[in-house]
Design a protein around this ligand. Structure first.
Ligand code: SF4
Ligand code: FES
Length: 243
């Protein structure tokens, strides 16, 4: 199987694409293919990974123009994907010579600055979480805050976020508006607002409604289609807008 991979030695933008022939074994993922290329053909190829099991969120990239986790994407199922994402330039502009169906195209996750090859700078993604202070403050000596199973169920899907930034890389608004906080941060704000243990839930909702927050979302829902954990950030943003 042929892999056409975006390369950039110094970051900033993709400088060219390299073509590699991968020996496919049963059950192989895109991440396995990248390991094979790095081990046997090109040790300089850079990409992020850690858990290899769709838990750490490190291996997010653009695979055949769809934002996906490399460790969770089986080569065998690649061509069956029909998610119909709303396009923006990074999702449609194809490199010269790419023949879909014959080659797997691998590129860095869009909407974040490129550092090298498939490695992007996640600062912009994390900054939104910091800005909205998306955690629950505790005080020294405070008694543990317990939660009923029914209340936990209400926030379950948001707690499952692995911070992979696939939603951020799939969002047409994030591609246009640099200041937009992005789907994951807003889903997390909704999670703390809805969490029965949060002492001052209103601050999360007010922050999520900032000019650079839920107001900018156009409910396109690419984020819902690419999220590997079923978080459905777009659903949370709709609730924020309606609240
Ligand atoms: S909401 Fe889904 S796609 Fe977005 S960072 Fe969390 S797990 Fe990844
Ligand atoms: S390597 Fe951890 S999510 Fe893919």
């Amino acid at each position: 199987m042929l892999f056409r991979i975006a390369r950039s030695k110094t970051g900033g933008k993709i400088s060219h694409y390299d073509l590699y022939k991968v020996e496919v074994r049963e059950g192989m993922t895109v991440l396995d293919a990248l390991f094979q290329i790095q081990d046997r053909m090109d040790p300089s190829l850079s990409f992020r990974y850690s858990c290899r099991g769709a838990v750490c969120g490190s291996c997010a990239m653009l695979i055949d123009k769809i934002p996906r986790l490399a460790c969770r994407t089986q080569l065998i199922s690649l061509k069956k994907d029909e998610r119909n994402l709303q396009p923006f330039p990074a999702l449609v502009e194809a490199p010269q010579g790419w023949t879909p169906g014959n080659e797997v195209l691998i590129e860095p996750l869009p909407n974040l600055p490129l550092l090298k090859d498939l490695v992007v700078d996640m600062q912009r993604f994390y900054a939104a979480l910091n800005e909205l202070r998306l955690w629950s403050d505790t005080e020294e000596g405070e008694t543990p805050r317990t939660q009923k199973p029914a209340d936990r169920k209400k926030i379950e899907r948001y707690v499952n976020c692995i911070m992979c930034a696939l939603c951020f890389g799939s969002c047409p608004v994030n591609s246009e508006e640099e200041e937009y906080l992005g789907p994951a941060a807003l889903a997390k704000a909704w999670r703390f607002y809805s969490d029965s243990r949060t002492p001052e839930p209103k601050r999360y909702l007010e922050d999520a409604k900032r000019d650079d927050g839920a107001l900018l979302c156009e409910l396109i829902m690419n984020c819902v289609k690419v999220c590997p954990k079923g978080v459905a950030p777009g659903g949370a943003i709709r609730k924020i807008k309606n609240e």
